[in-house]
Design a protein around this ligand. Sequence first.
Ligand code: GLU
Length: 449
Amino acid sequence: MTPLSPVVRFAPSPTGMIHIGNARTALLNWLFAVKSAGHFVLRYDDTDRERSREEYITAIAEDLGWLGIDPHVIVWQSRRTQLYDLAVARLKAEGRLYPCYETAEELERRRRLQLARGLPPIYDRAALALTAGDRARLEAEGRRPHWRFRLDGRQVTWLDMVRGEQSVDTSSLSDPILVREDGSYLYTLPSIVDDIDLGITHVIRGEDHVTNTGVQIEIFEVLAGRTPMFGHHNLIATTTGEALSKRLGSLSVRSLQHDGFEPMAVASLAVLIGSAEEIHPYPDMVSLAGHVDLARVSASTAKFDPHELDALNARLVHHLVYEQVEDRLAALGIADNEPFWLAVRDNLAKVGEAADWWKIVATDWTPAATVAAEADAAFWAVARASLPEEPWDAATWGAWTDALKAETGRKGKALFMPLRLALTGLDHGPELKRLLPLIGRRRTLARLP
Ligand code: GLU
């Protein structure tokens, strides 16, 4: 890793399956790394021992892998507490971290009082006035402190990669609690310590973190004397405007995978909705990276429409080459058959639908009796009689239908539609000249009325 290459991170808390909004954050980071020959750190924010689960850690890694994200470094916050302890010692020594003994009820009572008086409900810093004697007395009563960071209380500004010049007045915020009574850490301090330790140069995340950034910049400056760049992208909501929730499992990456969507269709939409770029299904990360520009991400919430995904997916599937689907086709029982894929791909919205065409092409069935009425008995008789001998290839269909045309005088739709209905049971589908050799002579004869 050269000191100049950017380092980004995606930092999910493993408390649920990642959804399309989380995927957007992960992908914007990944694509930034791809574009700038940078590094991507996957950091599990698993300090909340109650809610973090091993199964979600595994699922997040799998879902990122499915999307095409391959982290260069993976870290677990739960294994890095020593670093956070050192930072706490430093902040205490520098007088920036102070012990507070208020209970949640006391804080709530004060908050309501402030609101009733028309004051902003921010922490009044009463604990800063405690003497050593006061603290000893409280501790003797069995109280344990939580620890707050003493903010400078100033206008903190930064040039956001998405939102441009941003400013947060930290004098309007409560001093943030960094360490709980039981010694466990809230999100803020571990995140900053890790960003410093791992050399994160660009923090790209959802705009729900804009306010935190004011506080975080103050802490970065104390601990590292410098700050990374920040970029806060807009969030994704459902079509009806509801926020996505990891816990509710809404629009999870896993469910989109199970629904048969292509990862690059999901990735293209997750990244490009709510940006000034035209939404197009890019076939790989490198080409998608070329169309992602944080400065062109819109400031308003993006609505994720699954119908839009259907259309993008179909466009992508029509261009998939055989090697990209070979394994999945094999799993559907369609082995070693590139001609089949090339015949049907333009008619599929999802790769899995190939199974329907496989059934049509490669299993034995007979068309509905009504199909016979699509042409007269003489036509069917000629169709049977003029059916070429095998081996069949792409020219067979033309040879057969030319002969039929010459003998029956039928042409155009009147010639082709009865054959299509007899051979596929459907009035639409892939080119028959491609399907016919796949169906083969025996099945073709069995289907002709
Ligand atoms: N674990 C945090 C979250 O999921 C990370 C926020 C950040 O990127 O700093 O919101």
